[in-house]
Design a protein around this ligand. Sequence first.
Ligand code: ADP
Length: 347
Amino acid sequence: MPKILLETEGLTVRYQGRTALDSVGLRVAEHETVCVLGPSGGGKSTLLRAVAGLTDLDAGTVRLAGRDQAGVPTHRREVGLMFQDHQLFPQRDVGGNIAFGLRMRRVPRAETGRRVAELLDLVGLPGAQRRAVDALSGGEQQRVALARALAPGPRLLMLDEPLGQLDRDLRERLVVELRQLFRRLGTTVLAVTHDQGEAFALADRVVVMREGRVAQTGTPVEVWRRPADAFVARFLGFRNLVRATVGADGTARTPWGPVPVPEGTPPGPCRLLVRPSGVRLTAPGADPAGPRATVGARTFRGDHVLLHLDPERGPALEAACPLRDAPAEGEAVGVAFDRADVVALPE
Ligand code: ADP
């Protein structure tokens, strides 16, 4: 069993009687990157603040390396924090920003200099010590903020929407770099983000939060393949979700008509999720069980097209279709469902 670095139990925080965190239990193993994901207002930042000791707890415990942190002030918790807006000191240069935490700990000057140079190499800004922070691009500022958070060698690095303000292209590149960096350093990371792409790219494990509670925990693949419920599925961007009843014959009755379900799906009422890759287009009427549909909007996604279908019965359907086979808007198609891409979620 990997060693647990962070463990929270029954973590509860209320603001003016309103519950922001509701009995959250969370474990982060050493060297693990855990991303907390969820819609805005779900309690993600409050969770980070509670772990850092920046927010009073109404109930519950935070343990770091087995030690209860009650009464331990933030600067003694050995956690590094990096927030969305970076909060770099504009009057200090890059080196001064990174050295800040080391000076606070009275690290000798020569050692501080060495460490700053090392960190700048690490984040891909070698020799940038004397540059002014307000002359840096958003991506460079983000790297400096990361170097500053890493400088004191925190046991746990906590990131709050670390790439939130950067444009998509840069974010996608940085997220890969971050992951490689954390792997190499063996950093233990707790990050929060509302961006599922970011969370899934960065995390060993994701924790989906809703209204102050943990809705699901798992590896990215586990959560992606089997969302715990309709809320998580919707949050991940799945739209083909309906109430259905699974029969004993391996088929669910749905508003779209019969949909085959994977073997072993328990019979009874459920929420049925059909991934867009499980909505196959056929010639109209080729599969008499599947509905006919009209092709609505098309969204181009690089190697495939996401089609918005208006079926003759049931709600709109999203279908993923290879680029070369994509029908035109307004075209009539038939629909068949692939059982491998159907998931029965609890009611
Ligand atoms: P997230 O990070 O997921 O967006 P937050 O942790 O910021 O969520 O907020 C959770 C809930 O707590 C929200 O309803 C928010 O309005 C409320 N909240 C957060 N901080 C405060 C505060 N300082 N005072 C009062 N309410 C707050």
